[in-house]
Design a protein around this ligand. Structure first.
Ligand code: DGL
Length: 285
């Protein structure tokens, strides 16, 4: 964690790709929706697979790891970075926006995934009782509760941490029978807290990779919200409202993948999640 390594005078001024960051593979669920809606842009995906999961880590550590990743993406030419990770959005986004961006380059931007998800929940719930399934870090931060109540003070929010779900995904166990026990357990706990919930936000970008099992154990009639579509729509809207940023995002329809783990390991798992072959490069943060 050496802050002196950051030399913002080296940040490239030329337009560059949009950066997408996650602690591991989860951000791929966001990336694929973004690329589906905005295929013309160039993208860099960065997964901190060597240090995942972030979910149980302290505020200081999540902030430091995320800050390093964002600076790396800026130094690779990005002007706009999406934290495709709820834990990083909950624990690091605000501090990076307030403390680091002004020092590095006030014209660069970092956006998260919590606000775009919350903005649409008011239109979806009828009972005005919603549930959040997320990492322990995201649940403890109360970020969803605070964001929901800013926009929809009448909605009752219940949260349940699902500490086993990210390790299941990162270890390639999402489709296996053993995963069912843990999927069911957290859903049952959430509905024991509030049986009137009619909408559940999957507040972790890894969770769509468990979607089939999650839907299997959800009570009937409950809407399960994944985030990719909402984040993609919100990014499209952001770029339309900020032409000065849009001109700093290159449009060559490319996507390059970087990981802090061994590239072979990333390629093997990411290819399954994206259902297509890809290549990746290992980098250090
Ligand atoms: N995919 C991330 C999230 O949305 C991170 C999970 C983790 O690293 O624990 O929270």
């Amino acid at each position: 964690m050496n802050r002196t390594l950051e030399d913002s005078t080296r940040l490239p001024a030329a337009p560059g790709p949009v950066g997408i960051f996650d602690s591991g593979y989860g951000g791929l669920t966001i990336l694929s929706k973004i690329r589906g809606l905005l295929p013309e842009y160039d993208y860099i995906y960065l997964g901190d697979n060597a240090r995942t999961p972030y979910g149980a880590r302290s505020f200081e550590v999540v902030y430091e790891f995320t800050r390093q990743a964002v600076f790396k993406l800026f130094s690779m030419g990005c002007h706009l970075v999406i934290l495709a990770c709820n834990t990083a959005s909950a624990k690091a986004l605000r501090t990076i926006q307030m403390n680091d961006l002004p020092r590095w380059d006030a014209r660069r931007r970092v956006l998260g995934v919590i606000r775009p998800t919350v903005e649409c929940v008011g239109r979806i719930t009828h009972t005005r009782h919603i549930g959040i399934l997320a990492t322990a870090g995201t649940i403890k931060s109360d970020s969803y509760l605070l964001e929901v109540h800013k926009l929809f003070p009448d909605i009752k929010v219940s949260g349940e941490a699902c500490p086993m779900w990210v390790p299941l995904v990162e270890n390639g166990e999402a489709g296996n029978d053993g995963a069912d026990y843990f999927v069911r357990q957290y859903i049952d706990r959430l509905f024991a807290k509030d049986p009137q919930i009619d909408t559940v936000i999957l507040g972790c970008t890894h969770y769509p990779l468990l979607l089939t099992k999650i839907c299997r154990y959800m009570p009937q009639g409950v809407t399960v919200m994944t985030q990719g579509e909402w984040v993609a729509a919100s990014l499209k809207d952001y770029l339309a409202r900020h032409p000065e940023m849009d001109t700093r995002c290159t449009k060559g329809a490319s996507c390059h993948y970087y990981t802090t783990e061994a590239s072979e390991k990333f390629v093997e798992s990411a290819s399954i999640f994206l259902s297509r072959p890809l290549s990746a490069q290992r980098i250090e943060l």
